[in-house]
Design a protein around this ligand. Structure first.
Ligand code: AHR
Length: 623
């Protein structure tokens, strides 16, 4: 490697490597957010394409009744705990009986012997005969008790009862029961169970092992809360940050477009706090009044009503940075953080489609933000696939950077390492806010690493990058691959994770121009085997394929999968599928040094070529 220290160098930006967090694949509820009770507030509302549950509320999802026939369990909304959280469980018994509910957790509740858990419930009685004493019990899969706590007595008014409970067993399949004895009506809401051992021991906290896996990546920023969930599948599904702050029982939950339910227990305060804990610059994404263009319904806010959405974006800055006596700074202070969170960036929109509605609305957010908060840096959006021409709007609006996303196969990443070499430096910077190499051959991490070398070479232009998605809970992944897989106890760090960690934890201060000459240090052993040619794409044609100068006779090649054939002297790919890699004909060469020459006639739609060698000794190389 030759490094020319006299050449101008590029300062590698402080925030080059960070994280993108979205509640997909159970990343938040059932994941990072340490709540162990699923559907704690009886508001469960899953929506997803092909969702067997359909587009309707399932308020008793994950719950069962305790008590036989005399006990009725229903969900009501008359005189609720509050109007953001309007459903609650009503238990009614005409005769004295043990009544209650049992929650199955997220695939069971994991418990550790000797560990403490915080249990809480909002409860109210109506015409109750009995003392209203509420008991919390941890039950193992076979129904045996592994912990119990008396929570106190319910009264005729909603009140919160809470206690600590210690588990006598280690299990992954526990359930939580909340029960009492008597007759009449008893109402329950916000039934919650957290391990005491959350990250930093926080109440309403995060799973320690998962936060530690993030900390090990040395991330310098966090983009949150999405992704598609930020702009939503239709406007009522957009992520409105104000619904996610304040006391957890007063947050207004929402359905998750990935097919489950968002409690918003992990909300904007908790995201900012996580940023502070791990030294990450917060990059909150706010919707710009345009819903996700990929999903039905695609909706936009009427221009005359856009003010409320713009105010949300401005108020977010006050929530993060405003003094504790400002309207939204006060909410932050009440949540325990009077000091500002030092917000510097706001991301406007996620992966918006290039529509006239988007083009009309985006500049209004920019103008209002510049007017009120001129120091805030605006990150715009270029959409999915860098070909989407929305960068011109970002250029016109002079945003700090434009967020582009790509999920491609490894050949794309390898072939596009030079993507930024010729970008116009007078235009906005680039934020690679979501990317992942997707392929079944497990060379994703290598392709991502190769791509990152191209980014470091262009780090005067590309100032931030983050992989996506971050988390996938085993058995609940709507999207693969993910950077970190987990279940109740295990955290699996993928090869892509290690690439991220390697680059982030070894980031230099400057990039030095360099040339790399690959010298074969050892004489290569002679191996006999077969060579093959493959292409990705739909329209590759070659006039000639020569091996060691000899024109290949296609008759001697096996046309693997019948997708590569010669007609009238032209070797053509006959595969009509756009994606999968295509095997091709092969020839055997014994003990020869092999040179392959391709004369391409047409390569439109082809994303790359592969030349493969399979040695008879079991070795194989791909170029
Ligand atoms: O990362 C998964 C999804 O991919 C994100 O929600 C979206 O922004 C992108 O299309």
């Amino acid at each position: 490697i030759e490094v020319d220290v006299s050449k101008p160098t590029i300062d590698l930006p402080e925030h080059l490597y960070g994280l993108f967090f979205e509640d997909i694949n159970w990343a938040a509820d059932g994941g990072l957010y340490a709540e162990l009770v699923q559907n704690r507030s009886f508001e469960y509302f899953p929506v997803a394409e092909n969702d067997p549950l359909g587009k309707k509320m399932v308020p008793l999802f994950a719950w069962e009744k305790i008590g036989g026939n005399p006990v009725e369990l229903s969900v009501e909304e008359t005189d609720p705990l509050n109007w953001n959280n309007k459903h609650y469980a009503k238990l009614k018994s005409a005769a004295t009986a043990k009544v209650g509910v049992v929650n199955a957790g997220f695939d069971g509740i994991p418990l550790d012997q000797g560990a403490s858990y915080r249990v809480s419930v909002f409860v109210r009685t109506r015409g109750w005969s009995g003392n209203g004493a509420i008991t919390a019990t941890l039950l193992d899969a076979d129904g045996s008790e592994c912990g119990t706590a008396s929570l106190g007595e319910a009264t005729g008014e909603w009140s919160k009862l809470e206690e600590e409970i210690v588990s006598s067993k280690t299990t992954d399949q526990a359930k939580l029961a909340i029960s009492t004895e008597g007759s009449g009506v008893i109402d329950l809401d916000m039934i919650s169970l957290f391990p005491k051992d959350t990250y930093k021991g926080r109440v309403n906290g995060l799973r320690k092992d998962l936060v530690e896996a993030l900390a090990d990546l040395h991330p310098k920023f966090l983009r949150f809360p999405g992704g598609c969930i930020a702009h939503g599948c239709g406007l009522d599904n957009a992520y409105r940050w104000k619904d996610t702050v304040g006391p957890v029982e007063e947050r207004r939950p929402n359905w998750n477009r990935w097919g489950y339910h968002q409690t918003y227990g992990l909300g904007f305060f908790e995201y900012f706090q996580l940023c502070e804990d791990l030294g990450m610059t917060p990059l909150p994404v706010v919707p710009i009044g345009v819903s996700c263009g990929f999903t039905d319904p695609y909706e936009v806010v009427d221009i005359e009503n856009l003010g409320e959405w713009i105010d949300d974006a401005l108020d977010l800055i006050e929530f993060a940075n405003g003094p504790a006596d400002s309207e939204w700074g006060h909410v932050r202070a009440e949540m325990g953080h009077p000091e500002p969170f030092q917000l510097e960036f706001v991301c406007l929109g996620n992966e918006e489609h290039d529509t006239p509605e988007m083009r009309e609305r985006f500049p209004r957010f920019v103008e209002a933000m510049r007017d009120r908060y001129p120091d805030i840096k605006i990150i715009g959006t270029s959409g999915l696939d860098p070909e989407i021409p929305i960068y011109d709007l970002m250029t016109r609006e002079k945003v700090h950077s434009s967020d582009e996303h790509y999920y491609k196969d490894p050949s794309w990443f390898i072939a596009h390492q030079d993507r930024f070499d010729d970008f116009d430096r007078s235009k906005p910077k680039i934020f690679v806010g979501e990317y992942a190499s997707r392929d079944k051959k497990q060379i994703n991490a290598v392709a991502e690493a190769a791509y990152l070398t191209g980014i470091e070479r262009n780090a005067d232009l590309v100032d931030m990058t983050c992989y996506a998605p971050l988390f996938g809970r085993l058995g609940h992944c709507q999207w693969n691959p993910d950077l970190i897989y987990f279940n109740h106890r295990e955290v699996v760090k993928t090869p892509s994770y290690h690439v991220q960690r390697m680059f982030a934890s070894n980031k230099g201060d400057v990039y030095l121009a360099n040339t790399v000459e690959v010298v074969d240090p050892q004489p290569q052993p002679t191996v006999s085997g077969t060579i093959g040619l493959g292409t990705w794409g739909t329209a590759a044609e070659f006039d000639e394929i020569r091996v060691n100068g000899r024109r290949v006779d296609p008759a001697g090649w096996q046309t693997a999968r019948g997708r590569f054939a010669e007609t009238a002297g032209v070797f053509a790919q006959t595969d009509t599928e756009a994606r999968p890699a295509m095997a091709t004909g092969t020839e055997s060469y014994a003990g020869e040094e092999v040179t392959i020459t391709l004369k391409a006639r047409k390569v439109s739609g082809a994303e790359g070529f592969i030349i493969a060698f399979g040695g008879n000794d079991g070795s194989s190389w791909w170029f």
